[in-house]
Design a protein around this ligand. Sequence first.
Ligand SMILES: C[S@@+](CC[C@H](N)C(=O)[O-])C[C@H]1O[C@@H](n2cnc3c(N)ncnc32)[C@H](O)[C@@H]1O
Length: 304
Amino acid sequence: MAELVREPVLMVGEGWDAYRLLDSGHGRKFEAYGPYRFIRPEPQAMWSPRLESWDAHGEFVPGSDEDGGGRWQYAKSVPDDGWELGWGAEARFTAQCTPFRHLGFFPDMAPVWEWMGAQLADATDAETMNLFGYTGVGTQALSRFGRVTHVDASKKSVAQARANATLAGLDDRPIRWLVEDAMKYTAREVRRGRRYDGIILDPPKFGRGPDGEVWRLEEGLPGLVSDCRQLLDDNSRFLFLTVYAVRMSSLALGGLLEEVFAGLPGTIEHGDLAVEEDALRQPQGERAGRLLPTAIFARWSNPR
Ligand SMILES: C[S@@+](CC[C@H](N)C(=O)[O-])C[C@H]1O[C@@H](n2cnc3c(N)ncnc32)[C@H](O)[C@@H]1O
């Protein structure tokens, strides 16, 4: 019986050469994506910035409504068709300013990619699935351990994910690139009696499938998680669920997994994903970097 650990866990992502959180405050954050620095909205940064000024290449100015719209304003030139960055020993991808205020990958997922690697450490023929896989950095990370099924509703994102894998020289890896609705695809896999060693899902609050299928997180998540559970068994290693931009606690995600994974061994944990800001060097000594929360998560692990 999978045990729910009640105490929340904090997964912290530190900066690396491709991504650094330089400062934050007054509802904004100042980040470096390799050689380029950007300012983006961050409602959770309610504190004051620490740096006198933010010398950025560009800033994303949000539109009027909460969820959408807005545009980039540039103070210095930034390559239109993007620039190459990397994570870990292998992963390579193109960063670029997208209309959705993102820069082509989600740096706060780095501790998740690491955690998945730790769950699969000794595996060479693992079967894993990356649902809502976007530009596929997580898929590259999983492909070291076996075959990966990458599922995303956006043809553009899947094409970019394939291009990123080519950039990383991973075209020979057994990756299935699928433009599919996550709920439909997972339900079909259940009907086919398929089995996976690990599944990661990072659903948006709201989304659309390739044929206009509507995804609303609060409505769709319980059914999707229970279908994912049916694709896992006693020998499977993990499921990792991240959720962001919703009024929900990680404890609720933990509670959902506790019910759905009741029939399997292992452990269920929940908590926050956060990014650590660069420490601030000051004459009177170094001030530790602040933690900026980015998402909540719940995870099931079943170590061998
Ligand atoms: C936040 S992104 C995921 C980021 C990804 N986990 C990463 O680390 O790069 C959410 C993704 O969900 C996809 N999406 C939205 N609705 C979907 C649906 N119904 N089925 C499959 N993918 C969907 C979007 O195209 C987008 O790429």
